[in-house]
Design a protein around this ligand. Structure first.
Ligand SMILES: NC(=O)c1ccc[n+]([C@@H]2O[C@H](COP(=O)([O-])OP(=O)(O)OC[C@H]3O[C@@H](n4cnc5c(N)ncnc54)[C@H](OP(=O)(O)O)[C@@H]3O)[C@@H](O)[C@H]2O)c1
Length: 246
């Protein structure tokens, strides 16, 4: 796994309490070459492994980002996987829109903030840990429905727009990051439809055999990242290592 990373590599996962994030935490803790894993989420992440440093904070706030920046204090990171994101929130009445009449400014703003603005501000916060000459492999979870080219079905306005904005912010950051660290590689990754709380209300429409377990997806995402070189930076790929049109 991840042969391009040095022995004793350091990693950071956001959304570490989520379905895919938790599976990534478990997969990385199975890797003997891992030295330190920073797990970020609002709900606490607990594992019996002294290599794990949980940070219980909200990255969608200025205080959360500031606390993370202080805790890391510029120590180099070799692997970053952003697995936070939202599609719906029952308590706030946020659900994917079926038609223009369903659009709501607060919901649109919230998804854009969590899915696009926050991952970009995360990269800003992590820049001191990513710049230099060390291998820095970064994967930020996007979604195929964020592909403008691939949008044939319509609907899901806020989620689609937030992932498209995510992709542009990541692509732009990949250009800058190349100058800050020639050994950095920043990817947008589509995990495939995965059995988590995020997809739970929509799973009945998923074709047979197309709903993946989080552990399968974690293994696939790490396999896709294992194949990447710095020259691949800025790509948008799926769980099966296929490129996705922007
Ligand atoms: N599941 C799928 O089928 C699927 C398909 C395509 C793309 N994706 C993408 O994959 C990523 C992971 O999704 P998942 O399926 O693992 O979802 P999940 O189980 O709902 O986990 C999402 C994580 O994001 C964090 N989060 C959610 N809302 C947040 C908010 N408002 N502020 C801060 N943190 C928030 C949550 O952590 P805390 O609440 O503890 O902070 C949680 O750990 C997301 O970016 C999602 O868009 C998933």
């Amino acid at each position: 796994m991840l042969p391009q990373l040095p022995d004793g590599f350091t990693a950071l996962i956001t959304g570490a309490s989520g379905g895919i994030g938790s599976a990534l935490v478990d997969a990385l803790l199975d890797e003997p070459r891992l030295a330190r894993l920073h797990a970020i989420s609002r709900r606490p992440v607990v594992r019996d492994d002294e290599r794990l440093t949980p940070h219980t904070l909200d990255l969608a706030t200025e205080q959360g980002l500031e606390a993370l920046g202080k805790a890391l204090d510029g120590q180099p990171l070799h692997l970053v996987i952003n697995a936070m994101g939202m599609l719906h929130d029952e308590t706030d009445g946020i659900a994917p829109e079926k038609k223009l009449d369903d659009l709501d400014a607060v919901a649109l703003g919230r998804l854009l903030h969590v899915n696009a603005v926050t991952p970009a501000l995360l990269l800003k916060t992590l820049t001191p840990s990513l710049k230099g000459h060390h291998t820095a492999l970064i994967g930020s979870l996007s979604a195929r429905v964020g592909s403008i080219d691939d949008n044939r079905l319509g609907g899901w306005y806020a989620y689609r727009a937030s992932k498209a904005a995510h992709n542009m912010l990541m692509k732009t950051a990949s250009v800058e990051l190349r100058r800050l660290n020639p050994n950095a590689c920043l990817l947008c990754l589509h995990p495939g439809t995965t059995d988590t709380a995020l997809s739970a209300p929509f799973q009945s429409r998923v074709p047979e055999g197309k709903l993946f377990t989080p552990s399968f997806v974690a293994e696939r995402l790490l396999a896709v990242m294992s194949e990447r070189l710095p020259s691949d930076t800025g790509e948008f790929r799926d769980w099966n290592d296929q490129p996705i049109a922007w």
